[in-house]
Design a protein around this ligand. Structure first.
Ligand code: SAM
Length: 303
């Protein structure tokens, strides 16, 4: 989550009462539900987001707003609306070209070879924390581009999830402007987007049909245990806002969600160092990924 337009911390902190115990309780509630932890220095951001919802529900104080989140009849809806304010996702198409190269040049060829032996011709992707959809649409473009080459005769699907309802609505609409498309070549823009006005383009139905968008809270164990049979997970720039305990829980779920030989990609500033050691770190040109070894695998070499 980014904080566009956020004021410098010292100035902003001074404007908010970060010692109000009701805000600390709201911070703990957010953590419990979503795994997102706001440190003391970032508490002013949470307060500014709460203030938007407080004026929407006409709550005069933080403790009155806490009541909306905990005891009132519509508390689940209010919590969801507050989460929508807190989780604003910075993203754009083709954000991580090295990951895409690793996928195209190494991972997919390996996977195709291994799966062909078993008679499976399907590859399943999950973009976990997809924000407004740029990551899954990027994947969809890569896969369609490969569908007459590397992936000829194969089927693939992309499951794309986020916690933020508003981001998911934007993702489903698939309408993007210059910022989202700044790394997308002219050729791909012409092939996979249609202009809807002089500033915005909309993804084609072909790309949309490859992606299933859904709301999944990565900290919701009851949902995470049912997501199985995934080959490749992209969970980029999501877990940086989680503390160690909630990160560990999510990553353990990812391990069970993946099929043997599956891969997990994280954002380039993220790692599983001291988080989880059942995955094997694999190096590719300009990037790394985490590999789930098959049962009984021993050895420290490359997959
Ligand atoms: C910075 S965006 C990353 C978007 C994309 N993966 C990328 O790297 O370009 C982080 C996203 O994680 C989502 N997120 C944060 N906590 C989450 C949670 N507990 N469950 C699901 N999504 C979450 C946010 O709503 C936000 O859309």
């Amino acid at each position: 989550m980014t904080t566009p337009g956020a004021a410098p911390a010292d100035k902003a902190t001074a404007a908010y009462d970060t010692s109000d115990p009701a805000y600390l309780k709201i911070r703990d509630l957010i953590y419990q539900i979503s795994g997102i932890y706001q440190s003391q220095e970032k508490l002013y951001l949470l307060i500014s987001r709460c203030e938007r919802r407080m004026s929407a529900v006409n709550a005069k104080t933080a403790s009155e707003y806490l009541e909306h989140l905990t005891v009132r009849g519509n508390r689940d809806t209010e919590l969801r609306l507050l989460l929508n304010e807190i989780t604003i996702g910075e993203t754009y198409m083709f954000r991580s070209p090295f990951q895409l190269e690793a996928l195209r040049n190494v991972i997919l060829p390996q996977m195709i070879e291994a799966k062909s032996k078993l008679g499976f011709k399907r590859i399943r992707f999950w973009s976990a924390g997809c924000s407004t959809g740029e990551e899954p649409y990027t994947l969809a473009m890569l896969l369609v581009e490969e569908s007459e080459k590397l992936l000829k005769g194969w089927s693939f699907d992309i499951f794309a999830t986020d916690l933020n309802d508003r981001s998911l609505e934007t993702a489903k609409a698939g309408i993007y402007g210059a910022y989202a498309l700044r790394n997308t070549t002219e050729q791909l823009r012409n092939k996979y987007f249609k202009p809807i006005d002089d500033k915005r383009l909309q993804v084609t139905q072909q790309l949309k049909s490859l992606i299933r968008f859904d709301r999944v809270n990565l900290s919701d164990d009851s949902k995470m245990v049912f997501l199985k049979g995934i080959d490749i997970i992209f969970c980029c720039n999501v877990l940086i806002y989680f503390d160690l305990a909630s990160k560990r829980r999510v990553v353990q779920h990812f391990y069970s969600n993946l099929l043997p030989n599956g891969y997990l990609f994280l954002g380039h500033a993220e790692s599983l160092y001291q988080v989880e050691d059942t995955f094997r770190l694999v190096h590719f040109a300009g990037t790394t990924a985490y590999w789930k070894p098959p049962a009984g695998y021993i050895g420290g070499g490359k997959p």
